[in-house]
Write a protein that binds this ligand. Structure first.
Ligand code: ADP
Length: 479
């Protein structure tokens, strides 16, 4: 090794002065600049002659100067030995850049303060990347999070907060894991640990608890971000809402099994009645033959309803459900239909309260179909009840019809889904049905530009409503 021509002190001075990526200056104990490097000129725009002897304040924004930040940092550095901060630095031309500052107190052998070194690093690029990531993370429909190399989650986008009503301080670390459904928690923990060990992506379907307490299905995905050496530097994760798709698949599977049962059951019974009818014919037993014929008719009607519902749904979904509208008095239709349905159901008293005469322009048969669905559901789902109450009300520019029962009601969190296709609440599954009626009601009423909704308490009963617009002239299907 060649002997160095320069003295050590000179070497240190050169080392500091020549650094270009950091603005480095030396401050005296009062915070005045005594040494300034080339990085300082490059980053902050000041030449050596501009700054020597000036207070450190010149690099701070007016707001920071007014709040006394430069003095506070010097005091803290003196007390603690070193202080770091992030904030705006001001260039000679008045422009600002986002920077990190490290202020270190320097003491001599007698422990008296010699001054401070101040090191400034331009974070514009890093900050831009961070801002871009945040913008992206806030603009996607997913819940987005990021964690450090050890899997410690520290960033959660607003969608997490909106979904869970929990702040990042509660979600951070593995706080978010408390939102995972207990049935999936163990699996998720294992998968996450495996992904971290293997430094690989991981994907899992799981349920997360929302602020209402309801669990919804999400597709959870974590991706490791690696440096050039293959070390994980961060983890990014997303949770995509797949609840609707999951429920549709679940409901469809249930529908197929319900439909098979619902179609097979009347068919098997019809077959049995046909066999009995044959025997009656041989025996000449007219009386029993009439009884079996009546029963067969009921079952054929039931099959017909199921098949018609399926057909109507297909028509509604392909936009082929047309309305044959005419003007009629809704009050008369409600009371006449209630009387008709009463004759077929002696178990419940069907009371029409507040019946009003009101002209509507609608498809009468379809409105009867809606009434029929609401009333037969009210009877079916109140096996211990003995009455169903129908009310009418004129409000603003619509007429509202409601059907109230005192039956099993609907479990709390499922109310929003009750009008969806194939949906059947858990407490309703022992009653016959396909989960198509209310969906069809919704389609019919929406075609009339009306509304459907319900109110219910599990174990207490339910009220189903529909409304039809009054003053608005509805377009006819041909228009
Ligand atoms: P279905 O009665 O054939 O199952 P619907 O579409 O008519 O189909 O109703 C969907 C679901 O809504 C039912 O399975 C049941 O869970 C619930 N529901 C409808 N009406 C009532 C009611 N009056 N009381 C309690 N639950 C009801």
């Amino acid at each position: 090794m060649k002997p160095l021509k320069l003295k050590k002190a000179e070497l240190y001075r050169l080392l500091v002065e020549e650094v270009r990526d950091y603005a480095i200056c030396f401050l005296d104990p009062e915070g005045r600049i005594v040494l300034w490097n080339k990085g300082g000129t490059r980053l902050e725009g000041y030449k050596k002659k501009d700054v020597i002897g000036k207070p450190v304040d010149i690099f701070f924004t007016e707001e920071d100067r007014l709040s006394g930040l430069p003095e506070k940092l010097l005091i803290k550095a003196r007390e603690k030995g070193r202080v770091t901060d992030k904030g705006w630095s001001v260039r000679k031309d008045g422009s600002r850049f986002w920077s990190s500052i490290v202020l270190t107190a320097i003491y001599d052998d007698d422990k008296s303060l010699v001054g401070f070194t101040k090191l400034v690093h331009d974070l514009t690029e890093q900050d831009k990347e961070r801002q871009d990531f945040k913008l992206l993370a806030e603009s996607v429909p997913q819940l987005v999070w990021s964690a450090d190399a050890n899997g410690y989650a520290s960033y959660f986008n607003q969608k997490w907060i909106a979904y869970s009503a929990l702040q990042p301080s509660t979600l951070k670390g593995d706080g978010w894991m408390n939102l995972v459904h207990p049935e999936e928690q163990q699996k998720v923990k294992e998968k996450w640990a495996e992904a971290m060990a293997a430094k690989e992506n991981c994907t899992e379907e799981l349920r997360l608890r929302s602020k209402t307490g309801e669990y919804c299905w999400f597709l959870f995905r974590c991706v490791p971000i690696k440096d050039t050496a293959g070390n994980v530097v961060r983890w990014f994760g997303t949770a995509t809402d797949i609840h609707k798709q999951k429920m549709e698949v679940e409901n469809k599977t249930e529908f197929v099994s319900f439909a098979t049962h619902e179609l097979r059951m009347p068919l098997t019974t019809i077959k049995a009645y046909v066999a009995l009818l044959e025997r009656c014919r041989k025996d000449g037993n007219e009386c029993d033959a009439d009884k079996y014929l009546r029963k067969t008719h009921v079952l054929v009607d039931r099959l017909n309803t199921i098949i018609s519902e399926m057909h109507e749904i297909t028509k509604a979904e392909s936009g082929q459900m047309l309305l044959e509208k005419k003007d009629f008095d809704l009050g008369s239709v409600v009371s006449e239909f209630s009387e008709t349905i009463q004759q077929a159901h002696i178990s419940h008293k069907i009371k029409v309260k507040d019946c009003i005469n009101v002209q509507v322009n609608a498809d009468k048969d379809k409105i009867i179909q809606v009434l029929s669905n609401y009333i037969s559901n009210a009877i079916k789902y109140s096996p211990k009840g003995d009455k169903v109450v129908i009310r009418m009300e004129k409000k603003d520019s619509e007429v509202i019809v409601s059907v109230t029962d005192f039956g099993i009601g609907i479990p709390k969190y499922k109310k929003g889904r009750i009008f969806s296709k194939f949906y059947r609440a858990k407490n309703a599954r022992k009653y016959e049905g396909l989960g198509l009626g209310l969906y069809l009601v919704k389609q019919i009423i929406h075609l009339h530009k009306g509304r459907v909704w319900m109110e219910s308490e599990e174990g207490e009963g339910s009220t189903f409503f529909f409304s039809l617009p009054l003053d608005q002239q509805l377009p006819t299907p041909e228009q």
